[in-house]
Design a protein around this ligand. Sequence first.
Ligand code: IPM
Ligand code: MN
Length: 349
Amino acid sequence: MHKIAVIPGDGTGPEVVREGLKVLDAASKKFGFKYETQTFDFGGERYLKTGEILPDSAVPDLRKFEAIFLGAIGHPDVKPGILEQGILLKLRFSLDQYINLRPVKLYNADFCPLKGKNPEDIDFVVVRENSEGLYKGLGEFQKKGTKDEVAIQISHNTRAGVERCIRYAFEFARKRNKRKQLTLCGKTNVLTFAWDLWQRIFNEVAKEYTDIKTDYAHVDATTMWFVKNPEWFDVIVTDNMFGDIITDLGAMIQGGMGIAAGGNINPKGVSMFEPIGGSAPKYTGKNVINPLAAICALGMLLENIGEKIAAKAIEDAVIKIVGTKLKSLAAGKMGYGTAEVGDLVVKYL
Ligand code: IPM
Ligand code: MN
């Protein structure tokens, strides 16, 4: 019996999670696995009602599950940052989900904004460090409010933190078994402390993985190549901030936020899977948001808990629908409503 925690969250989160759960239910019947879910109401509504961002019991409670399925966090009536830091980042850090795994895969050339790029050209995975760097929240104001004010934001990189991320990426490139190529994406020419450490550890660990080709790209050049030559990439490993930025670009070249999914992974603990677009408040409750990103996140969750056949079937169904049914992947333009897209996935499962 798989135990899955569900956090529908804010905005369109609950709508896309509903479609994910619809697919989960269908997949369990079709592939014969059993599961139970428990829903947690963390998010903006709860915070506005009770003033509590995340109860103390949340982390110990969530630890009892095999995985977490998350919709979206972010509410228009709550100051930006409070919920993101207090819920999303808090969970990533407390559950030590030190990898943010973000596949970038184009399913239909018609939905790619790049001219002349086909599904075989856009198929790579970003391994984003998910527990350190600028996200550590270290820094200070000096002389706040004066004309001499200084704001310092520190990128905090530990040898242990960087090494476990890089090792994960090498293992991942090996298991993925595509081009067996791992690119370190950094900024060694300017950020000479952080990226010196990253580069040194990358080179050290690479010696243990002689079957994996390695290369290095500066983060700015990486964004250029995402647009110009995305076919160059197989697996990319990078820090938290750069990973955040390049995966939004990655999402766009794979067809947009409507399809982009990610996993916050603790290889030995509880991982959390989410569509990477936000809560999209303006589309809330209109049955127009694309649930495929959430459905793909659910597929990643199933893969993570060992239901690999079901995960593959979900991806195949998504490929089918994106290839033959949807007019667009954008909210309100799919030619179907949110719930109908969920029904289509179930139908093609
Ligand atoms: C993401 C998001 C988050 C991040 C925000 C909401 C804190 O942009 O998952 O990429 O920066 O990691
Ligand atoms: Mn982001």
